[in-house]
Design a protein around this ligand. Structure first.
Ligand SMILES: N[C@@H](CCC(=O)N[C@@H](CS)C(=O)NCC(=O)O)C(=O)O
Length: 280
């Protein structure tokens, strides 16, 4: 397995780098970004936070807009940002922004034509961590976070691979994709019409039967244009309260769905993960 370095920029004493590699899970070349804090070296390995972005994003949105690198440098935390879907001329796509390239929804698709490439769940949870841990000065201690579609991906990854992660957090997650327009469209295309198959990719459904889960932090802007129709934080909140789950849901007056919101609270998320990763 070879990976090609595409860019390297020194930032806050550490390095932001982009890489291209051939993904056997997704059957296409994939790009990811990694931030290595100044503490990372072959003598001192650091834990990793995986960040999953939302619809229309690439590896670049979070790294450029969230203001996370200064804090990661201070904490000694590496951050890995994968792309949000398989990409390329050979990869199926859709004209809409919320299906196909840029909208992988972090699922393993079972339906044609998506099933040949759209296996982001396995890419994020299996193939990518193996590459990261064999290539960079990082430990196997990891946490996962994300925004919107990526918040959904982070929650579902942490719920289904709870022994792999120390903590999970989300901004404005699509908490109940089985019951919102974005989710119904994507899950029916990728997984088919049988809603029984959707449950494994729906945080609210997965939590319904649980009385415990990994420590979790969820931040939600009250002026988010997608809050009522798409995100279903109210439903998540009632499951969390009914089942006594350790998920801290915070609502913030006046904030919208954008990276201005993420940048305002990213320090809390990185600090939360650093505590659970033993850095604080
Ligand atoms: N209709 C919107 C939906 C896409 C959207 O809001 N994407 C969010 C995630 S769900 C995002 O992070 N966009 C990229 C950015 O703000 O950098 C658009 O096409 O801009």
């Amino acid at each position: 397995m070879t990976i090609e370095n595409l860019s390297a920029n020194k930032s806050f004493g550490g390095w932001h780098k982009q890489y291209l590699h051939s993904s056997s899970v997704l059957n296409c070349p994939m790009r990811f970004a990694i931030y290595l804090p100044p503490q990372a070296s072959s003598e001192h390995k650091v834990p990793v936070l995986y960040w999953l972005s939302g619809l229309t994003c690439t590896d670049e949105n979070f790294m450029q807009k969230a203001g996370a690198l200064r804090i990661a440098a201070k904490l000694g935390l590496a951050i890995v940002a994968p792309d949000t879907s398989p990409r390329g001329d050979e990869v199926p796509d859709d004209e809409a922004y919320d299906l196909g390239q840029g909208a992988g929804f972090y699922v393993n698709a079972s339906e044609a034509p998506w099933d040949q490439n759209y296996r982001m769940f396995d890419y994020v949870n299996t193939e990518l961590p193996a590459i990261i841990e064999s290539t960079f000065p990082v430990t196997n201690q990891k946490s996962i976070a994300g925004h919107s579609m990526g918040g959904h991906g982070a929650l579902v990854s942490a719920l289904r691979h709870s022994s792999q992660y120390r903590s999970v957090s989300a901004f404005s997650p699509i908490a109940h994709p089985g019951d919102c327009p974005w989710g119904r469209k994507a899950l029916s295309a990728y997984l088919g019409k049988d809603r029984g198959q959707w449950t494994q990719y729906d945080a609210v459904q997965l939590l319904c039967d649980q009385r415990d889960c990994l420590p979790a932090l969820v931040d939600q802007g009250q002026d988010d244009e997608f809050l009522v129709e798409q995100l279903k934080i109210d439903v998540l909140e009632s499951v969390v309260n009914n089942n006594g789950l350790p998920i801290n849901i915070r609502r913030h007056a006046g904030y919208d769905h954008s990276y201005y919101f993420i940048a305002s609270f990213i320090e809390d998320h990185l600090t939360f993960h650093a505590e659970h990763l033993g850095l604080l």
